[in-house]
Design a protein around this ligand. Sequence first.
Ligand code: FE2
Ligand code: FE2
Length: 184
Amino acid sequence: MKATELLKQQHGEVSRLFKAIEKTDDPAEKKSYFLELASNLVAHDGIERKIFYPACEEAMGMDDLLGEALVEHGVVEFSLYQASQALGKDDFEYKCKVLKELVEHHVEEEEKEFFPKVEKALGKDKLESLGEDLDEAFQEERENDWQEPLFENLRQVLAGVLKTVPEEETQPKAKVSGKSRRTA
Ligand SMILES: [Fe+2]
Ligand SMILES: [Fe+2]
């Protein structure tokens, strides 16, 4: 599957989970949908930031759309952190709503503006092989705890880092998982 199609599919799953969270009044169900959402969002963030965006930068250079996307990932992560801290409390609903709106904005820009440019720049073969790498890395990331990578990413955002990837995780082909991911 093409990288952009795979990422769109993941956006669809995230949107489905937001709807499920909104729809249920059962606290246990709400929590379970939110934890599934958080795991999906952190894994999606990881594969885009570590594999997909660097491939885009290699093909297209560091343009404004890519810079904007990277900044938005940091904002989404902060909002995800806020919502996760409010889980089970009164302020969860509006914190989750802000998260949903931020994600929707980011996804819309990605799908309408960024992906069409990327598809032209990368070409069919590269999109297919990148799609395989992304899929594999996503499955691996989903097996790990999502909180530790989220906290680590937020530490980097607060330190002013836009796109740094820990060195051991870039070898040999931008592996997403790392030792630290299993310690949370
Ligand atoms: Fe993104
Ligand atoms: Fe995305």
